[in-house]
Design a protein around this ligand. Sequence first.
Ligand code: DX5
Ligand code: ZN
Length: 226
Amino acid sequence: MSGLRCQIGPSVLNADLSMAAGEVSRLVAAGADFLHLDVMDGHFVPNLTFGPPFVKCLRNNTPHALFETHMMVSNPEQWIEAMADAGVNQYTFHIEPVKDIEAVCRKVREAGMRVGLALNPGTPISAVEEYIPIADLILVMTVQPGFGGQKFMHDQMEKVKWLRNQYPLLDIEVDGGVGPSNISCCAEAGANVIVSGTAVINSPDPADVIALLKNTVESSLHKCSV
Ligand code: DX5
Ligand code: ZN
């Protein structure tokens, strides 16, 4: 068996955020392996969401779930301590606006969180390659960050394939427009950490969608390891 684990993390971005705690509990009960929390600052992306106080409230309501914050912000270094304090497990930040990526990775780790490095669709793998050894996960965006409910960009699978070929044990995450209609492409390319927003949230049966995503990825992982 491969050492890779398939993990499905619903994004609550397009949920009814006035009922976020209930939504998070509902998704955990439906089989989510982690929660993907989209943090936007209105600078790095043209949208604003929420920050550490909100994440802390969710944490108080859901003490045991794994939380990933997807930091779509211009200065990810600024929020490390506050997010660690809010109970975040994995801090995934975009490399595009960061000058000293290594230093930010180090600070995230020192704060006790896993390190994720995110790439916009237009950012080549070469921009992140030298930091892969000091990261726990690479996030390949499959939409332009900023909004849920956009169309999945198939061309980003080339990056996922390349990463999987080079790094058989790396956690590779995809995020943006992912759902039942394209999960096979993600799985076959080699992604093992799957974010899905509207496909899960808008479904009458989120447990069913999460199970489908998980089964598809797990059968690909199994094929690769036999
Ligand atoms: C986009 C966000 C994604 C997205 C996921 O900026 O990072 O997490 O909202 O939602 P869907 O699956 O609807 O694209
Ligand atoms: Zn996201």
